[in-house]
Design a protein around this ligand. Sequence first.
Ligand SMILES: C[C@@]1(CC(=O)O)C2=NC(=C\c3[nH]c(c(CCC(=O)O)c3CC(=O)O)Cc3[nH]c(c(CC(=O)O)c3CCC(=O)O)/C=C3\N/C(=C\2)[C@@H](CCC(=O)O)[C@]3(C)CC(=O)O)/[C@H]1CCC(=O)O
Ligand SMILES: NC(=O)c1ccc[n+]([C@@H]2O[C@H](COP(=O)([O-])OP(=O)(O)OC[C@H]3O[C@@H](n4cnc5c(N)ncnc54)[C@H](O)[C@@H]3O)[C@@H](O)[C@H]2O)c1
Length: 255
Amino acid sequence: MDPPADEFPAVQPGGSLLLAWQVRNRRVLVVGGGNVAAGRILNLLNADALITVVTPAAGLVPEVAHRISQNLITHIDRNFLPTDLEDPAIAMVLTAVDDPLASSTIYTLCKQKRIPVNVADVPPECDFYFGSVHRDGPLQIMVSTNGNGPKLANIVRRQIAATLPANLGEAVVKVGALRKRLRGIAPAPAEGPKRMDWMTRVCEGWSLEELCDMNEEDMEALLKGYGDGVVISYKELRGEQDAIAEGFDGSFGWV
Ligand SMILES: C[C@@]1(CC(=O)O)C2=NC(=C\c3[nH]c(c(CCC(=O)O)c3CC(=O)O)Cc3[nH]c(c(CC(=O)O)c3CCC(=O)O)/C=C3\N/C(=C\2)[C@@H](CCC(=O)O)[C@]3(C)CC(=O)O)/[C@H]1CCC(=O)O
Ligand SMILES: NC(=O)c1ccc[n+]([C@@H]2O[C@H](COP(=O)([O-])OP(=O)(O)OC[C@H]3O[C@@H](n4cnc5c(N)ncnc54)[C@H](O)[C@@H]3O)[C@@H](O)[C@H]2O)c1
C-alpha cells in the first residue's frame, strides 16, 4: 500500500538547485570589464578562484582596473576570441558584455565544449543564475527569485540580514572550531553518529546570540561533557564562571 501523500516532503518543480560551488584554485574566464564584470570578479575572488578577464583595456571600469593592477586577476587586453576557450582548465565562463551577438556566440561555444556559463541578464543563456548574497565571514545566504525579480532578491536579502544577530559570522567560525576540536578528541569514524548528535544538541541548546559569545573556556567546558553525552547550557556555564570570578568556593558559606 502507498504511504499517505503527506508523509514525504512535497515536490515544488520550477526552482533552481542552490549549491555552494567550490571554485577555489579553479580557472574561471570572465568576458567584459564593466560594472557587472566587476561584481562577478568580486564574487569569484571571494571564492578563491583563479580568474582570467578578456576585455579591451579601454572599456575597463576603475574596479576591474584596480583588481588587474593588484595582480589579483590575469588580463587579456582584447575582445573575446573562440581560442580563449581552448584552455582545458577553464571550469566556468561568465560573460558581461554590452554586445548580445558576442554573448550568444560565447554561449554556443561554451555549450559545444560543455563549459558551464552565465550570460548576465540573459536567462535562456545561463546554466546557472547569480543571486543576492549576504556575507558574514564563512556565513553566506543567497536569495534567488528564479529570474522573477532580481531587485526583489536584493530587498529580501537585506531584510533577512537585518534580522540576524551581530557577529553571527563569528559564531559560525566558533562552531567550526568546536567541531574541529571534537573531531580531535573523538576522531573514530564509528563515533560519527554520537558526534553529530552532540553537535546538533549544542546548536539547538545554545541560542545564536550565545554561540556568538562562546569563548575558548566555554568550548573546553562543553567538550568535557562529550564523553557522557552531556551538553552544558550557556547559562549553567556562565553561572559557574561568574561564581568562580567572584571568588565562590562552592561551600555556600558552610565552612
Ligand atoms: C541578484 C543579482 C545577482 C548578480 O547579478 O550579482 C542578479 N541581478 C541583480 C540585479 C539586477 N538585475 C537587474 C536589475 C534591474 C531591476 C530588476 O529588473 O529587478 C537589478 C537591480 C539592481 O541593479 O540593483 C536586471 C535584470 N537581471 C536579469 C534580467 C533579465 C531578465 O529578467 O530577463 C534583467 C532585466 C533586464 C531588462 O529589463 O532589460 C537577470 C538575472 N539577474 C540575476 C541576478 C539572475 C536572477 C536572480 C533572481 O531572480 O533572483 C538572472 C536571471 C541571471 C543572472 O544575471 O545571473 C543582482 C542583485 C545583487 C544584489 O544587489 O544583491
Ligand atoms: N545583472 C545585473 O545586475 C545587470 C545590471 C546592469 C546591466 N546588466 C547587463 O550586463 C551586461 C554588462 O553590463 P555592464 O553594465 O557591465 O556593461 P558595460 O557596458 O559597462 O561593460 C561592457 C564591457 O564589455 C566589454 N566588451 C564588449 N564587447 C566585448 C567582447 N566582444 N569581448 C570582451 N569584452 C567586450 C566592454 O569593453 C566593457 O568593458 C549588459 O548586457 C547589461 O544589460 C546586468
